[in-house]
Design a binder for this molecule. Structure first.
Ligand code: CA
Length: 552
């Protein structure tokens, strides 16, 4: 060992080089650290998949993991330069654990892959193929309850001495109604007693006031991280984990369980990503930041966007997003979306209008945060309740039966619009919804202003118009949309100091839609980066939406 240490004289001879190398190494190290600390969520878009409805590989009419793997190129083909995929960087798979229901939110075996979807090897092959394309894989995790068919609940039902009794809430008498007057107590089919299940009798709640439930759900999380290899979790219905008398949601006990569960999974896998469903207002959501899960879905942002676009009202549409920006310093912890698997589909909520659906998409995908797109939304797919009809099969092809979803009989009929809301029908059409999503998701990933810029609202002289700037340093984009039913002329845009980089900027339209509508070529920011009475687009037709790069 000793003989390998070079003699001092040779060190001295190298000093001039070292003198240069030192600062250079420090700089390289700093750059590497900066890269390492940049959250992957910046610029990324996630995609929600219902495996049962995505792609069927074996003709039984049920979408499965092999079918999903075969369609991965639609999500991301791994080529960042190509434009013929969506370019999403993460997927959320709705429940893939064994369950007696079609949707999977009542799990009967947390350690087995849903047999309708395939095997554990199929899931691991999917994850490997996703990773090869730069896609992270999140799976749904239901902490609140299990299926009444779960062996632990069955044991607890049948045997009052069973250790599994500690996982659930049993009482000799019926408990009180909840704060909304609902009844969450269900009569045992075995003996004269009652058990608690917030959603329905088929989903008994786990009892997190005792240690057994949390310990078991930590074991489940470790299994999915270590033995299956997922990158994180979407957590279902997290506000209902622990009840107090007269209070079913948002209790201190619920916050404690989330904190402990999340700390546990971070210990198992540093860098794991967790996103929670708190189906509530922005005010209620804020209590879940910043020390529990990593991120949350912004329900109020979604509702504001869909309502504003539907009603043709741009003013006030940004209020929930601006409030979250003020209250949550790390924008990637907020997940804007339009609609998910529990809500009527976006285009249906927008009266079937493809133009309005496109406007909603542009707004969603140019706001701060880590956006989620519900499968089929990129095609403008329709659907309204019952739930099975907002979770219908994807339409892939124009030829053959069932739009290429299956060669058999689909578990649920496709939507009547499946020949238009169809990947093949839209693939080559530059004006299609699919083309717009592909463009937007890539812009979001490539422009610093969209990936991590601050949101600056811009006031418009007509209430049908929404306008805003996203800005990161001297990089900025301007988003403008006319949500109204009539053409608008000479709408004036104004914003206070600090909105824009100072000086002149060229306005470069980035979306092919409405790119031919005449727009100002240049804008000049006022003192301090203020915007005063700019007419960005002389005449905005109804349905107008554009994203402009502001280039010095
Ligand atoms: Ca199948």
């Amino acid at each position: 060992m000793r003989s390998r240490i070079p003699p001092r004289p040779s060190l001295r001879r190298r000093r001039p080089a070292t003198r240069l190398l030192g600062p250079l190494l420090v700089l390289l190290l700093l750059a590497a650290c900066a890269r390492a600390e940049r959250p992957w969520q910046l610029g990324a878009t996630c995609y929600e998949v219902f495996v049962r409805s995505f792609a069927d590989s074996d003709g039984d009419g049920i979408g499965d993991l092999r079918g999903l793997t075969a369609r991965l190129d639609h999500l991301n083909d791994g080529d960042p330069a190509g434009g013929d995929d969506l370019g999403v960087r993460c997927v959320w798979l709705m429940p893939v654990a064994e369950s007696p229901s079609y949707h999977g939110y009542d799990v009967s075996d947390h350690y087995a892959v849903e047999r309708d979807y395939g095997t554990r090897e199929d899931l691991q092959r999917f994850i490997a193929e996703a990773h090869r394309r730069g896609i992270r894989v999140l799976v749904d995790m239901v902490l609140n309850h299990v299926s009444s068919e779960h062996p632990a609940f069955q044991a607890a039902l049948r045997d009052t001495a069973a250790p599994e009794r500690a996982l659930f809430r049993f009482q000799p008498t019926k408990g009180p109604l909840n704060e909304w007057g609902g009844d969450n107590w269900h009569r045992s089919p075995v003996r004269d007693e009652w058990y608690y299940g917030f959603f329905w009798q088929g989903m008994p709640d786990l009892d997190y006031t005792r240690p057994a439930a949390l310990a078991e759900m930590q074991r489940v999380a470790r299994f999915w991280l270590d033995s299956i290899g997922v990158d994180g979790f979407r957590l279902d219905a997290v506000k209902f984990l622990v009840e107090e008398p007269g209070r079913a949601q948002d209790t201190p006990g619920t916050h404690r369980v989330l904190r402990e569960w999340a700390a546990f999974v971070r210990g198992v896998r540093p860098g794991v990503y967790t996103v929670g469903e708190v189906f509530d207002s922005t005010g209620a959501l804020l209590a879940y930041y910043p020390d529990q899960l990593d991120g949350y879905f912004a329900f109020e942002v979604a509702d504001s966007l869909v309502r504003g676009v539907r009603d043709g009202r741009g003013s006030g549409i940004l209020a929930p997003a601006l409030r979250l920006q003020r209250e949550v310093p790390q924008a990637w912890r907020v997940s804007p979306f339009l609609r998910n698997h529990d809500q009527p589909r976006t285009r249906t909520e927008l009266g079937g209008s493809r133009e309005k659906a496109k406007q909603a998409a542009v707004l969603q995908l140019t706001l701060p945060g880590l956006p989620f797109v519900y499968y089929g939304e990129e095609l403008g797919m329709e659907g309204t309740k019952p739930d099975e009809r907002i979770r219908t099969p994807m339409a892939w092809a124009l030829a053959g039966p069932h739009a290429g979803f299956t060669t058999g009989t689909p578990w649920q009929p496709l939507q009547p619009d499946s020949l238009e809301s169809n990947v093949e029908a839209q693939r080559a059409d530059p004006a299609s919804s699919l083309a717009l999503y592909r463009r937007l998701i890539r812009l979001r990933d490539s422009l610093p202003a969209l990936a991590e810029g601050r949101l600056h609202p811009v006031a418009a002289s007509d209430s049908a118009v929404v306008a805003y700037v996203r800005r990161a340093g001297n990089r900025a984009v301007l988003v403008v949309a006319n949500l109204g039913e009539s053409a608008l002329a000479d709408v004036l845009l104004s914003a206070p100091e600090g909105t824009l980089p100072e000086g002149r900027a060229h306005l470069q339209p980035l979306l092919p839609v409405f790119a031919d509508v005449g727009a100002a070529r240049e804008l000049r920011a006022g003192p301090g980066g203020a915007l005063r009475d700019l007419v960005a687009v002389p005449v905005m037709p109804p349905g107008y939406v554009q994203v402009f790069a502001l280039e010095p």
